[in-house]
Ligand binder design. Sequence first.
Ligand SMILES: C[S@@+](CC[C@H](N)C(=O)[O-])C[C@H]1O[C@@H](n2cnc3c(N)ncnc32)[C@H](O)[C@@H]1O
Length: 221
Amino acid sequence: MDLDLIRRLYGKGAKVYDAVFGPLLDRGRRLAVETVNATGAKSVLEVGVGTGLSLPLYRRDLEVTGIDLSPEMLARARERAAALPNVRGLLEMDAQNMSFPDARFDAVVAMYVAAVVPDMHRLFAELKRVCVPGGHVLVLNHISADKGVLGTIDRLAAPATRALAIRSDLTLKTLVDAAGLELVAADDAGIGGYIKLVRFRNKSSEPSLGSAGGGQGGGRA
Ligand SMILES: C[S@@+](CC[C@H](N)C(=O)[O-])C[C@H]1O[C@@H](n2cnc3c(N)ncnc32)[C@H](O)[C@@H]1O
């Protein structure tokens, strides 16, 4: 999987993306955004924001920034964000190498992206870096079963889905090991538990962000 291939695939798929993956993956998006909305976060970064399906779901007082590799996906996200003043920026950027300063966001979210990026360790290193100490890191993704029939199917499908730049054999252990973050919970988020919302806390000795209403905002421009 390389970045050019990912750009090409999502560039071609941008027009049909919402029809194919909109409703199918919507439950997880809603759960992820509701979770962010319920924290005290004042700023959130969504990496791999795609066509921006999640953007209208964020609290209107939450400053939202989105990044994506694909200009075509971003163009659709920008149309969607035109009526959303809390969406402050939709930028073309590699989630593995972001240009934001350290600790820029109170929360960072990656929806259906972890299995697409070429290097998950670099992704998590960046998510940690740009998130405030004690902040929320949420990853929404399909999670392969370690064993059993579903696990075997995922492993067999892996070579084919890799051609579509998607790693189908991503297990919770692989994800948590790569994250190197404090695991809070992994909740079912759709398709019979195949999709999970994995919640992490950005480890820190500093006081962590409070839940609902009690956060310390990053709030930098
Ligand atoms: C499966 S789509 C998910 C889109 C959206 N999050 C959603 O919920 O529908 C994956 C998105 O991640 C983007 N992406 C893949 N690798 C990326 C990277 N390294 N940096 C930024 N975006 C990336 C793709 O361009 C695509 O828009």
